[in-house]
Design a protein around this ligand. Structure first.
Ligand code: ZN
Length: 460
């Protein structure tokens, strides 16, 4: 393998090949361990990514693409393998203000994409807690979700075209800028949400939306679970398509982020079993704010909610979002296990009650935190039971995942499968679906060198 590293150093320069302490320093993941890669290769452009893959393919060397290293499911784990960092592909190539598209390189952080869109008078709606370090390439490879899926869809819905490098170094440029293009297979879908197992995304054309001219945000207290979907439908109907977020926090999570040592405080006076963060983005602040207030007032009068506060300034809005985003508080209860499950809203109350009962039965001192994108049917479940041994992990996973199959849920709504959920893929996908996934993997990566062992287990 040293030959390969020497060739790469010769061809791409020393700046492109990190080993030893330099590599170790750059191998810190935000949440999940990244392993100890043999080396980190940092190509400067698509041609260099292609060359790296060509050489790796010839040598049978396994390669794991790295973005912002903010993944949660060990999808970028690279122990003894080559990590291919896209961090130097960090330019925004162009913005088309007439078509409303942006052509961007994979290593650009999400926040930079959003800021560039804003400067051009547009809005890029993908929004998630790791926005400062997560890269657009990583967002695409994992089909990231986040806070505004209810209005704008997952990352998949925001990608018009992309360029990817295949396992053998072939560059597939599919930089489509058209909204509608049914000329044959939509090849970009092979690389969106496939976690770097079928190709490495190097550039993309993303869709920009009109910048909303109004934003109204409210935080409400809700007495019973059945009122949460009622409130969702109530607000959807009355806001005429402008609802842009519907985030729900169970009381346990809410107490965590509104009390010491957290910096946040509750803007509501009372304490409720559920809290919803509701946001609308529209086109006319003068008309939209009264409509938003009227909708929440109606929910109050109908007894759907118990109390509501509406943000009167940007700082009040930011303070509300800061509560929802302050997930880091769960680290006070380390060790923890984190989950992002999907399930029908109608089954959520029973599902969470089942989790509570099961956890209480085995670990009476457990700390359970539930919150998430209720409008998308996506809950984040974080549980601390005092230890994180492999046996405990397995027992906890069993409790969280087993009930999902029966109700048509998914073991991953938005974080992906990576290594962490691989053994549970079959709970959410049928044997024919998994066989087709394997067929695609074999066709595109016959040597199994791209992010091997992720999503699909190697042996079966
Ligand atoms: Zn989320």
């Amino acid at each position: 393998m040293m030959d390969l590293l020497e060739t790469l150093t010769d061809e791409l320069g020393a700046v492109a090949v990190l080993t030893g302490a330099d590599a170790e320093e750059k191998s810190q993941g935000a949440w999940a361990p990244m392993g100890t890669p043999l080396a980190i290769i940092r190509p400067a452009n698509t041609q260099e990514v292609s060359r790296v893959m060509e050489l790796a393919h010839a040598a049978g060397q396994q390669v794991i693409a790295w973005g912002g290293k903010t993944g949660l499911v060990e999808g970028g784990h690279a122990d003894g393998e080559l990590a291919l960092s896209l961090e130097r592909l960090n330019a925004i190539d162009s913005i088309d203000p007439i078509g409303g598209t942006m052509s961007v390189q994979a290593g650009v952080p999400l926040q930079k994409v959003c800021e560039a869109a804003e400067e051009a008078g547009f809005f890029f709606p993908l929004d998630l807690g790791a926005r400062g370090s997560a890269t657009i390439g990583g967002n695409i490879a994992t089909n990231a979700g986040g806070n505004r899926v209810i209005r704008y869809g997952m990352t998949r819905a925001l990608v018009l075209g992309l360029e990817a490098v295949l396992a053998d170094g072939t560059i597939v440029s599919s930089m489509n800028r058209l909204i509608k293009n049914n000329a044959g297979y939509d090849l970009k879908q092979l690389f969106i949400g496939t976690e770097g197992t079928l190709g490495i995304v190097t550039r993309a054309v993303v869709r920009l939306h009109s910048k909303p001219l109004s934003q109204d945000t409210g935080l409400v207290g809700v007495e019973s679970f059945e009122n949460l979907p009622k409130l969702l439908r109530h607000m959807e109907a009355r806001l005429g398509g402008t609802l842009s977020a519907y985030e729900v926090m169970w009381d346990g999570f809410y107490q965590l982020v509104t009390n010491e040592p957290a910096a946040g405080r509750s803007p509501l006076e009372g304490r409720y079993p559920y809290y919803a963060l509701v946001e609308a983005m529209g086109g006319d602040q003068e008309a939209d704010t009264p409509r938003f207030e009227h909708a929440l007032m109606g929910a109050l009068e109908d007894g759907i909610i118990c109390d509501a506060v509406i943000a009167k300034s940007d700082s009040e809005r930011e303070a509300m979002w800061a509560l929802r985003d302050d997930v880091g508080q769960v680290l006070h209860h380390y060790p923890i296990f984190t989950f992002d499950v999907s399930l029908p809203i109608a089954d959520m109350e029973m599902y969470v009650a089942g989790l509570e009962a099961s956890f209480d039965a085995t670990w009476p001192d457990n700390k359970l935190f539930v919150f998430g994108h209720l409008g998308d049917g996506n809950l984040h479940v974080i549980i601390g039971v005092g230890d994180d041994s492999p046996a405990t992990r397995k027992a906890v996973e069993q409790i969280v995942y087993a009930p999902l199959q029966k109700i048509g849920g998914s073991v991953s709504a938005e974080h992906g499968i990576g290594l962490e959920k691989r053994d549970y893929l079959a709970l959410s996908r049928g044997p024919e679906e998994i066989a087709l996934m394997r067929l695609l993997k074999k066709s595109l990566d016959p040597k199994g060198i791209l992010n091997p062992g992720k999503v699909l287990s190697p042996e079966n």
